[in-house]
Structures are given as structure tokens and as C-alpha cells.
Design a protein around this ligand. Structure first.
Ligand code: DAO
Ligand code: DAO
Length: 281
């Protein structure tokens, strides 16, 4: 079991509803963000009434201020000192009460958690699953020593071993609805990142792994693992259901969770905060 020496950052709930959450996800982010993070921590600890200017000359300060603003209703001012890896305690996704272990497979650390919701009949949103984003610790260190641009964009492009763990919270999920949701969400990403004519075939190959007889009741755990060499391996409750080697498929899946239009901007923020906290260590 590896031991993590790093502080572990999570913006802790309660949070406003997803729709009310400001989206900071498209802002650029780089190594110097650590400076902005210290600013954010200092400001939040001081509880300062910060005037948020949209025209700041310093993009990192702006980023930190926006982050603060977006979390104002539930931001824990002590996040800078939260150390969750010290004892490797699980982290709970507050809206669903779903708990995620801090470490998977002995070497992958939890970097962020989020919630996938879906509007049914254009009316109410149902909570479908909570998810955790994990990445291999030594891959991450290597990645951070080489990285240049936007943290989550680079992470999605990289060959860092990662796992997205989904924990089903909706009790009436059918394989049919999974397939159709998947075709919509992953299909649109494949078109965006792949652009090729084999997208349909790829989608077909992926969805054909999900046999009609599978059941995914509330509490089921689905691991979407990106393994070295861009292999996407899918596990349901610890049982492998298949694996597919495709860089664009891996990229598209990760984009659902930590991309610019991810299901929950909070997970992406968590991931970026945690990666930033590891920079320079
Ligand atoms: O019962 O009509 C309904 C709502 C179904 C919502 C399905 C959302 C599926 C999301 C994908 C889940 C992947 C594990
Ligand atoms: O939430 O829209 C989405 C995409 C979900 C992708 C998850 C796919 C894994 C499905 C496992 C199926 C189990 C039979």
C-alpha cells in the first residue's frame, strides 16, 4: 500500500443545485495556479468580502476568485487544510450520500467526485449515479513534471492510468436506457474528438458489451478504467465486461466527467485543485 504524503483537497458540501453552480471549468489553468490557490485560501479563510472583477489582469487570481464565488454558498473555508489522504478516509458525495474510497487498486488516488443527473421528460432531474475520478499516483507525478497547459485537458490526453467509478443511485435503470444515454453523451464526444466514420462502429462495439441480461440495481459499481496504451476496461461490481483499445473512446469517456461540459463542474474543480496541490511537491 503506498502512502500519500500530500494534502488532499475537496470543496466540501452543502452545495447549491447543479444548475446554480457557476462554471469555472473553461478557464485556463497552469502551474502558477498554485499561487492563485494560496490567494483563494487566504481570502476564504479571512472571509473577505471580495469584489469580483471580471476584468482582472491576472488570470490566475481571476480563476481563484471565480472558484471562490462559485463555491460561496457552501465552500468550506478550511479546505486548504483538509487532509483526507493522511488517514485515507473515504469521501462522501453529499447529495447522494455515496461514499468513495480515497485509494483504488493500491495506487490510484481519488481526485474528485461528482453527480450525474438526467432530466426525464424535460421535467424533473433524477440522480442517476455519483462518480469518483481516480488516477495513478506515480503516473500523475510524472505527468505533472512534464505538463504545460490546461491540467484536466492534458490529463485527458495523457496516458495516465485512471478510473472513473460510477455508483448507481437511481433504482430503475435499464440497460436500454443506459445504451441510449450512452449513445447520446459519448456519441457526441466521439464526433467531437474523433470526427471519423468509424465512430458508429466504436460506439456499437462499446455498447454491445452491455448484454440485456445485466442488471444494474441501485448500489452497483461500474469502473471505467483507462489502462496504459489507451485501453478502456469496463467492470461491473468487480467483474470485467470487456475492454477496447481506443484513444478517442478513452478521451470521450473522460470528457464526460472532467471535460469542459462535464456532468458536474465540481468534479472537474476538485481534480484541478488536487492536481494543483501536487504541483511542485
Ligand atoms: O427511467 O426513464 C427513466 C430514466 C432513465 C434515465 C437513464 C439515464 C442513464 C444514464 C446512463 C447510466 C450509465 C450507467
Ligand atoms: O452517463 O451518459 C452517461 C454515460 C455513461 C457511461 C457509462 C457506461 C457504462 C455502462 C455500463 C453498463 C452496464 C450494463
Amino acid at each position: 500500500m503506498v502512502s500519500f504524503r500530500f494534502p488532499f483537497l475537496f470543496s466540501q458540501p452543502p452545495r447549491p443545485p447543479l444548475s446554480a453552480t457557476a462554471d469555472v471549468s473553461s478557464r485556463s489553468f497552469s502551474a502558477t495556479t498554485t499561487a492563485a490557490l494560496s490567494v483563494a485560501a487566504a481570502l476564504s479563510v479571512a472571509g473577505a468580502g471580495v469584489a469580483l472583477s471580471q476584468n482582472s489582469d491576472n488570470p490566475f487570481l481571476q480563476w481563484a476568485l471565480n472558484l471562490l464565488a462559485s463555491n460561496r454558498n457552501g465552500f468550506n473555508p478550511m479546505w486548504g487544510s483538509l487532509s483526507l489522504t493522511a488517514n485515507s478516509s473515504p469521501v462522501t458525495e453529499s447529495r447522494t450520500g455515496t461514499s468513495f474510497p480515497a485509494v483504488l487498486k493500491d495506487s490510484q488516488r481519488l481526485l474528485g467526485i461528482g453527480l450525474r443527473r438526467k432530466a426525464v421528460l424535460g421535467l424533473k432531474n433524477i440522480d442517476v449515479y455519483a462518480y469518483g475520478v481516480y488516477a495513478d499516483d506515480s503516473d500523475v507525478k510524472k505527468f505533472l513534471s512534464e505538463k504545460k497547459g490546461d491540467l484536466s485537458d492534458d490529463l485527458m490526453e495523457s496516458d495516465v492510468s485512471m478510473t472513473i467509478r460510477l455508483q448507481i443511485v437511481y433504482g430503475r435503470l435499464s440497460i436500454r436506457s443506459v445504451r441510449s444515454a450512452f449513445q447520446e453523451s459519448v456519441g457526441s464526444r466521439l464526433n467531437k474528438f474523433g470526427g471519423g466514420s468509424d465512430n458508429k462502429e466504436l460506439l456499437q462495439r462499446f455498447t454491445s458489451q452491455f448484454k440485456d441480461e445485466y442488471k444494474i440495481p441501485k448500489g452497483s459499481i461500474i469502473d471505467l478504467c483507462r489502462e496504459r496504451g489507451y485501453v478502456l476496461r469496463t467492470m461491473i461490481d468487480g467483474e470485467e465486461v470487456g475492454s477496447i483499445q481506443s484513444k478517442v473512446l478513452c478521451r470521450s469517456i473522460l470528457d464526460l466527467y472532467i471535460g469542459n461540459e462535464s456532468f458536474d463542474s465540481k468534479a472537474k474543480e476538485d481534480v484541478e485543485l488536487n492536481l494543483a496541490s501536487l504541483l511542485g511537491k
